[in-house]
Design a protein around this ligand. Structure first.
Ligand SMILES: CC(C)(COP(=O)(O)OP(=O)(O)OC[C@H]1O[C@@H](n2cnc3c(N)ncnc32)[C@H](O)[C@@H]1OP(=O)(O)O)[C@@H](O)C(=O)NCCC(=O)NCCS
Length: 185
């Protein structure tokens, strides 16, 4: 059986970029932010995205975390305003590796929020989980996401052909990884 994932209830980080668990009260803001078409285009977030989709996503989180399947977090500012989301979208306990996913609301882009969030999450993963390799996969044309991976210290490994199925379409994926010990200070 997989170990569960325990994330601090008070969250991690500080100042302008904090990561914390999802709360019921976040639901409507998540629905509003996810209406930006770039989010379903580049991620597995469904489209259209309404109350039913959000409720299903929220309802699944606690049990998935307890089963060690995934960890989704809110990225918030100093006033607890939701900027976006990031998390462990896939974890392989036997092989000691996991993959991260992320999105930001349109307003929060262009100022380094996600680079900071991914650095913080990667640091927490290496400190808290038996994981030695963290990966990010982004479609080759998703330059904003690829730049986040690079700025956060991940190494580009190549393009995995026909790797992702997103909304029924097979797509290539640029593969990035960060190995324990490589996190930039
Ligand atoms: C991917 C996504 C999160 C990237 O957002 P972003 O705002 O470009 O990324 P960051 O928060 O790291 O900000 C980087 C920008 O802030 C700037 N910046 C300012 N201060 C910075 C700092 N201290 N550190 C890093 N970047 C900084 C950078 O120059 C960069 O701007 P530029 O792209 O114009 O050069 C966003 O485009 C998104 O949500 N896209 C849709 C969903 C998606 O594609 N998810 C990923 C699927 S694989």
């Amino acid at each position: 059986m997989n170990p569960g994932i325990e994330f601090p209830v008070e969250g991690i980080g500080g100042g302008d970029v904090r990561l914390r668990l999802l709360a019921e009260a976040d639901l409507q803001t998540v629905i509003d932010l996810v209406q930006d078409p770039d989010i379903p285009r580049w991620t597995r977030v469904p489209s259209p995205y309404g109350r039913a989709e959000a409720e299903e996503w929220f309802a699944h989180q606690a049990s998935a975390r307890e089963e060690g399947a995934l960890l989704n977090l809110m990225v918030v500012d100093a006033d607890d305003r939701i900027l976006g989301s990031c998390g462990i979208v896939d974890i392989d306990w036997a092989e000691g590796r996991c993959e991260l996913g992320y999105w930001l609301g349109r307003e929060a882009r262009g100022r380094g929020v996600m680079t900071s969030a991914i650095r913080q999450l990667s640091q927490w993963v290496f400190e808290s989980l038996p994981v030695d390799r963290i990966s990010i996969t982004a479609e080759p044309g998703n330059s904003a996401s690829r730049a986040v991976a690079e700025r956060a210290g991940f190494t580009f490994e190549g393009v995995l052909r026909s790797y992702i199925v997103n909304k029924g379409v097979r797509r290539d994926a640029a593969s990035y990884s960060l190995i324990r010990g490589e996190l930039p200070s």
